[in-house]
Design a protein around this ligand. Structure first.
Ligand SMILES: [Zn+2]
Length: 116
């Protein structure tokens, strides 16, 4: 196991940027472990941006009633646009040794389906 939290036998080259409740925003795309953002070779500025972005995740969901807010789609879309931008920044900072993918949030879609 690596200090980043990845559980792969060999250090992964595959990462993904994905926001989730109470998690850092970078994951191993191979073993799906949530990685310790502080241990990744990223600038403090980008780490801060990623953390702030992750904290915004799910703002379109009312956790107490488990309902979407009225402009949930807009909020989620904006969050996904920002996530894609941050993913590009992560790629830039980590360089060619990593493949970084972005997984957009689909909370709105899954909640809409649940209501049908
Ligand atoms: Zn891994």
């Amino acid at each position: 196991m690596y200090e980043t939290g990845c559980k792969c036998k060999e250090q992964t080259r595959f990462l993904k940027v994905e926001a989730d409740f109470c998690a850092d925003s970078i994951w191993c795309n191979n073993c799906q472990s949530n990685l310790d953002l502080s241990r990744l070779a990223l600038s403090n500025k980008l780490k801060r941006e990623l953390s702030e972005w992750a904290l915004e995740f799910g703002k379109w969901l009312k956790l107490d009633t488990d309902e979407l807010v009225s402009n949930a789609k807009e909020l989620e879309d904006a969050h996904n646009v920002m996530g894609a931008i941050l993913c590009e920044k992560v790629k830039e900072e980590l360089g060619n040794s990593y493949m970084v993918f972005f997984t957009p949030s689909s909370l709105v879609r899954s909640y809409s389906q649940k209501l049908l």
